[in-house]
Design a protein around this ligand. Structure first.
Ligand code: SF4
Length: 442
């Protein structure tokens, strides 16, 4: 069959940092192996996204269109949504090729499959979870697909959703074929974030109160063989000249030994690459931090989220404030930048916890002062996602009710301390500006 896979708009504008659409490339690689003819379109890279969509639909006239919704909104406290462009994209496909069935999927779709299938009758099927196996399986028997993992379908005008099978393993992993979408136009597009992602594992056994990763990828970490990860990095460097990567893992340095084996292999092969990922604070030690730096780590990204012990506990981080400080002390000895993400106005926070937050900010600045390697402190309110503990807390407290539509941006930010983020932002940004300008703060 002839399939057109479309990455629906995932960013607000052409000036926003973007990522190479690895999800649709993974699915396309499997579809090609199953004998299908596949074309891809990333609307995020088009100056005229809907014009490009129309042209590709008319040029390809596919048998099936696959639509990927990666992000539902841009997060970062923003109230804009990526659902309207997804709806417009879906309706445009249907208007231009009314006979062509649409299959929707992607991370954003997987969070709200029923809601989106109900809103958009134009979608014939949905696929939740990873679709690399389920999409080819669906195409084998499109009219009577049966019990495919994660399949969303309509029966007697009701949306039915098959459970996602939890047995994914990397044994059948196919290295995504980057020839399907050339990496060249993506090079140099971003000012900060690496644009090319690599998977080293899926799943997360932790249960942070706001997070949907375990729902989306499973609660057990399944790891790729380190040699396969480094083979892919080496191939991407040799073949496409790509040397800067983001490890897409939920947590890059768990389980113990996996990232270390990847780093040892990078060093053994003398690869000149750089990479980033999200690190777990309590899994670091001096030897590991030194190894990561030597093997090309270009940024230690942390997401401790809670500024004080009570917030860490309510967010179910299974971390202590001392773990955050110890991680900072270790990474501050390197020439690599560290970035810290925190949540503000989390349940239970009050004027006392604001003082604890300021004390931790002071400590992080002190620790990183000698080498000036504090990249950023990023503050956010919690985006309430369905099925999370934060959703339950917000409902119990009356912050949201049965009429709240979580499809669109809803943040947990109770009235009493709703300006906490601005107070802490002012506090740490003042420190930042004065430090960088070498002006003494009186
Ligand atoms: S926030 Fe990170 S560590 Fe916590 S559950 Fe989500 S992926 Fe796992």
């Amino acid at each position: 069959m002839k399939i057109l896979l479309i990455q629906a708009p995932s960013v607000e504008s052409a000036t926003t940092e973007r990522v190479y659409p690895i999800g649709i490339v993974i699915v396309a690689t499997h579809l090609v192996r199953a004998g299908h003819q596949v074309a891809l379109l990333d609307m995020n890279m088009e100056a005229d996204a809907y014009g490009a969509l129309k042209n590709r639909l008319l040029a390809e006239r596919p048998d099936v269109v696959g639509l990927s919704l990666r992000n539902i909104d841009p997060l970062a406290n923003k109230t804009s949504s990526l659902i309207p462009p997804f709806i417009i994209t879906t309706r445009m496909v249907c208007a231009i090729l009314p006979e062509t069935p649409i299959v929707a999927g992607g991370t954003g779709f997987s969070l709200f499959p029923r809601r989106l299938m109900e809103e958009l009758p134009e979608i014939r099927y949905g696929l939740t979870g990873g679709a690399e196996s389920s999409f080819p399986e669906l195409l084998q028997n499109f009219d009577q697909p049966g019990k495919i993992s994660g399949l969303c379908y309509r029966e007697n005008e009701r949306v039915r959703i098959n459970p996602v099978s939890a047995d994914y393993s990397f044994d059948n992993y196919l290295v995504p074929d980057r020839d399907l979408i050339s990496p060249d136009p993506y090079k140099g597009v971003n000012a900060y974030a690496p644009i090319f992602g690599i998977e080293t594992k899926r799943g997360c056994p932790l249960k942070c109160a706001y997070c949907v990763y375990p729902q989306l990828q499973g609660k057990v970490m399944r790891c790729r063989k380190p040699i396969d990860v480094v083979n892919e990095m080496e191939m991407l460097q040799t073949r496409y000249g790509i040397g800067d990567f983001h490890f897409n893992d939920p947590v890059v340095n768990l389980p113990a030994g996996h990232l270390e084996d990847i780093c040892e292999d990078i060093l053994r092969r003398k690869l000149k690459v750089t990479w980033t990922g999200f690190f777990r604070e309590d899994a670091l030690d001096e030897d590991k931090v030194r190894l990561y730096e030597k093997a090309g780590c270009s940024c230690f990204s942390f997401s401790p989220d809670g500024f004080c012990q009570s917030s860490l506990d309510i967010l179910q981080k299974k971390l202590k404030v001392s773990d955050i400080i110890k991680a900072a002390e270790l990474t501050a000895q390197t020439d690599v930048l560290s970035i810290y993400h925190f949540m503000t106005n989390v349940p239970g926070e009050n004027s006392g916890t604001i003082q604890e937050a300021k004390a931790l900010i002071d400590r992080l600045y002190e620790i990183h002062a000698p080498k000036r390697n504090l990249g950023a402190i990023i503050l956010n309110n919690i985006r309430i996602m369905p099925g999370t503990s934060i959703e339950a807390i917000a409902r119990n407290e009356g912050e949201i009710d049965a009429d709240t539509d979580l499809l669109y941006p809803v943040y947990y930010n109770p009235r009493k301390h709703e300006t906490m983020r601005y107070e802490l932002e002012t506090y740490h940004t003042t420190k930042n500006v004065f430090t960088w300008q070498k002006v003494e703060l009186k």
